[in-house]
Design a protein around this ligand. Structure first.
Ligand code: SF4
Ligand code: SF4
Length: 268
C-alpha cells in the first residue's frame, strides 16, 4: 500500500504535454495484435487522452513515413525477401527509444515460421524472421494474440519509465524486467522451449498454466506432466512466457495488489 501511495498520480501531475509518442508498425502480421490494443476499449482512449499520442500506424493514422517514436509497437515478422519490410524495421529501430515486439510473430516468428514460399504472386517470399533477428528489441509481449491487459500495462509502464518520478521509474523498470529478459533470451518459441528449459530441468510444478495459455490447445496435462502435440504447435511461445517457472518476478509479484490499483487509478 505504501508503494501505491508513492505511485499515485493525479491528472494534474501528468499534463498532456508530457505524453509519450507511440506508434504501431505493421510488418508480416494479421492485425490481431492491433485489435488486442483496441480491445482495451475506453482504457485505450484514456491512454491516448492522457499518456500517449499515436503518431504512427497505417491502419489508424494517416502518416506515411516512420517518425521519431518513444515506443514502437511492432506487429508481425519480417519477410527478408521484401526490401521495404527490412528497411522499415531498421528505420523503426533508428527512430525509436523503445522497440516492443508486439505479439508472437514479432517475438518468435509464430505461424510465419512455417512459410516456405512458392505462392502466387510472390513465390520468392519464403523466409520470415522475428524482428529480434534483424534489430535489438527491448521488450517482448508474446501471445497470439497478446492480451489487451498486458499491452495496456506495458504502455503505462513505458510512460512511467520515460515521464514518471524516480519511484515510478524504479517500479516500471522492475515491471518490464522479465519482458526485457524474454527479449534477450532469443527468438525461438515453441513447446520445445518449455520442454527443454522448464520440464526437463525439473522445474515444472504441474500448475497447468501452459495448457491454459496455449491458443491451439496443443498442451494437455497427463499425470501432472505437460504433454505437447508438436504437430498442433504454432510456435507462439505463449506457454513458456506464461509459465511461472520461466520468469518469476520477485520484485513485482508481491506488489501485485498495489500495481493493480495503480493501473486502475491511472485509467480512471
Ligand atoms: S504449445 Fe501452444 S502455447 Fe506453446 S508454443 Fe506451441 S502453440 Fe504456443
Ligand atoms: S506452466 Fe510451467 S510449471 Fe505450470 S504446468 Fe506448465 S510447464 Fe509446468
Amino acid at each position: 500500500m505504501e508503494l501505491l501511495k508513492k505511485m499515485k498520480t493525479t491528472k494534474e501531475a501528468k499534463p498532456v504535454a508530457n505524453k509519450i509518442k507511440i506508434g504501431h508498425v505493421h510488418l508480416s502480421g494479421c492485425t490481431g495484435d492491433l485489435v488486442s490494443i483496441a480491445d482495451n476499449y475506453l482504457g485505450f482512449i484514456k491512454i491516448l487522452d492522457d499518456y500517449a499520442d499515436l503518431v504512427y500506424g497505417l491502419t489508424l493514422v494517416d502518416v506515411r513515413h516512420i517518425p521519431e517514436m518513444d515506443v514502437a509497437l511492432v506487429e508481425g515478422s519480417v519477410c527478408i525477401e521484401d526490401r521495404e519490410s527490412v528497411e522499415e524495421i531498421r528505420e523503426t529501430r533508428k527512430k525509436s527509444k523503445m522497440v516492443v515486439a508486439l505479439g508472437s510473430c514479432a517475438c518468435y516468428g509464430n505461424i510465419t515460421r512455417f512459410c516456405r514460399g512458392g505462392q502466387h504472386n510472390q513465390p520468392q517470399h519464403e523466409s520470415f524472421l522475428p524482428i529480434g533477428d534483424l534489430i535489438d528489441v527491448d521488450v517482448y509481449i508474446p501471445g497470439c494474440p497478446p492480451s489487451p491487459e498486458l499491452i495496456r500495462n506495458v504502455t503505462i509502464m513505458a510512460y512511467l519509465l520515460l515521464q514518471g518520478n524516480e519511484d515510478q521509474k524504479v517500479l516500471a523498470d522492475k515491471y518490464l524486467k522479465p519482458l526485457m529478459a524474454l527479449a534477450k533470451r532469443g527468438t525461438t518459441g515453441s513447446f520445445g522451449d518449455l520442454m527443454y528449459d522448464v520440464i526437463n530441468q525439473g522445474l515444472c510444478i504441474a500448475c497447468g498454466i501452459c495448457a491454459a495459455s496455449c491458443p491451439v490447445r496443443a498442451i494437455t496435462l497427463e499425470f501432472g506432466k505437460p504433454q505437447g502435440q508438436r504437430d498442433l504447435c504454432i510456435k507462439c511461445g505463449s506457454c513458456y512466457g506464461a509459465c511461472p517457472r520461466s520468469f518469476f518476478n520477485f520484485d513485482v509479484i508481491p506488489e501485485f495488489e498495489a500495481i493493480s490499483e495503480l493501473i486502475a487509478d491511472v485509467l480512471k
